[in-house]
Design a protein around this ligand. Structure first.
Ligand code: AMP
Ligand code: GLY
Length: 422
């Protein structure tokens, strides 16, 4: 089968690497892809948000399956348009993607289903929001843009002044454009976080798998929130019975509710959980794989990803079981110096970038100059990913050894990814 992969980051490189291992796949096309993905397929220079051109491309190449990595084209209705043209698509419709694209809608669904999640209120008027915040305990709330804000829409204010600033930034200064015309003010929870992923084809929810990501820019979880500085996955992160409970009490009720709403969910659902003292609570849903969680997760997937994605697209997930092995895997993101603040790009990348079953460097923000030299092209540049059958620490030391050997101007990474994990 011919697969079109939409996206250009480490997540899409990892998915493409996995597709290339499938006996079912004869050809891979990536839009727009990256130099790492070029090892497995043809790159076509169409942006991941250019829905009309992506639909034309999928039709033109007669894609048997389109797999959409990022959320933006899903929220814009890419899956709807492809499905209308009879092209099997992995990734939810615009209506179902609102689970990520509108935090207030996601919260409403959870309240209705009795899924544990923080208390929240929705506002579009700054004065009313400020009045509400003044009645809340200081440091007790989180302010979120309702829509997609490229990972920047969440503020965790320590003081009422910071909260008011976040409210006016979003509602009055339009810091996040349309995405922040409505905000959600949530009760602030605390506890370790867990990202849980399951494939869903409407009714059927696959067995889930867990990963942990590291969002802050610097060691010790300090600094600004980023798209993710690293991640690891281990069977010890969440027991099989806890994963089963998350499936039956969170993922299945949501899947069934979306069917009832007339927008069955087809793709991978990402539940961002906080493990509070009173049990797991959902702090967000995303309508796609996490990045960088996807990279280590692909090193634990024993099933044929192409077979799973096609089954999801065709509503046949009940015919197979998704197999995650017992390996541990770690992904360390090598970033441009000041990321997530403004950074320069175009620096040559040197060092060994292995591509082996248990140690692989996925490209996240790279490009090639006119001489074919690999150069930096983003904030998150490379995701060094390693797996071990023995321990997280074993996978970790392989990943850091490789990361140490990678050089470009200003390259840095967090050295505490998966520290102490088993
Ligand atoms: P998001 O952009 O939705 O992934 O949120 C970014 C981060 O904000 C999460 O990973 C959490 O660390 C934090 N966060 C979001 N919601 C809450 C909440 N209700 N309480 C405490 N922290 C939160
Ligand atoms: N790793 C966080 C995300 O993909 O949203």
């Amino acid at each position: 089968m011919k697969i079109l992969v939409v996206g250009s980051g480490g997540r899409e490189h990892a998915l493409t690497w996995k597709f290339a291992q499938s006996d079912l796949v004869s050809e891979i096309v990536c839009a727009p892809g990256n130099p790492g993905m070029a090892n497995y397929g043809d790159l076509v220079n169409v942006a991941a948000e250019d829905v009309d051109s992506l639909v034309a491309l999928a039709t033109d190449i007669k894609a048997d399956l389109v797999v959409v990595g990022p959320e933006a084209p899903l929220v814009l209705g890419l899956a709807d348009q492809l499905t209308e043209r009879g092209i099997p698509t992995f990734g939810p419709s615009a209506a179902a993607s609102r689970i990520e694209g509108s935090k207030s809608w996601a919260n409403e669904i959870m309240y209705r289903l009795g899924i544990p999640c923080p208390e929240s209120r929705t506002f579009s008027d700054a004065a009313t929001a400020i009045q509400y915040v003044e009645s809340c305990p200081p440091g007790g709330i989180v302010v979120k843009a309702d829509g997609l804000a490229a990972g920047k829409g969440v503020t965790i204010p320590e003081t009422p002044t910071e909260a008011i600033e976040a409210i006016t930034d979003s509602l009055e200064h339009r810091a996040f454009g349309e995405a922040g015309e409505t905000i959600v003010i949530e009760e602030r929870l605390s506890g370790p976080e867990l990202s849980v992923f399951a494939f869903i084809d409407g009714e059927t929810v696959s067995n889930p798998v867990a990963a942990r990501d590291y969002k802050r820019a610097y060691d010790g979880d300090v600094g600004a929130n980023t798209g993710g500085m690293g991640a690891y996955t281990s069977p010890n992160l969440c027991s099989p019975s806890d994963l089963d409970h998350i499936r039956s009490s969170i993922l299945e009720p949501v899947a069934h509710a979306l069917v009832a709403e007339g927008c069955p969910y087809r793709g991978v659902l990402y539940a961002g959980l906080m493990l509070t003292e009173s049990g797991p609570q959902v702090i967000e849903f995303n309508c796609r794989f996490g990045d960088p969680e996807c990279e280590p997760l692909m090193l634990r997937l024993d099933s044929d990803l192409a077979e799973v994605c096609l089954a999801v697209a065709e509503g046949r997930l009940d015919e197979l079981s998704v197999m995650w092995n017992q390996n541990r895997a770690v992904g360390v993101v090598v970033v441009s110096s000041k990321y997530p603040a403004a950074y320069e790009t175009g620096f040559p990348i040197y060092g060994d970038l292995p591509s082996e079953d248990n140690a692989i460097v996925f490209h996240a923000g790279t490009s090639e100059d006119d001489d074919g030299q690999l150069i930096t092209a983003g904030g998150r540049v490379l995701v060094v990913t390693a797996a071990s059958t023995e321990s997280v620490q074993d996978a970790r030391s392989t990943a850091f050894e490789i990361a140490d050997g990678i050089e470009f101007e200003g390259a840095r990474y967090r050295s505490d990814i998966a520290v102490g994990a088993d």
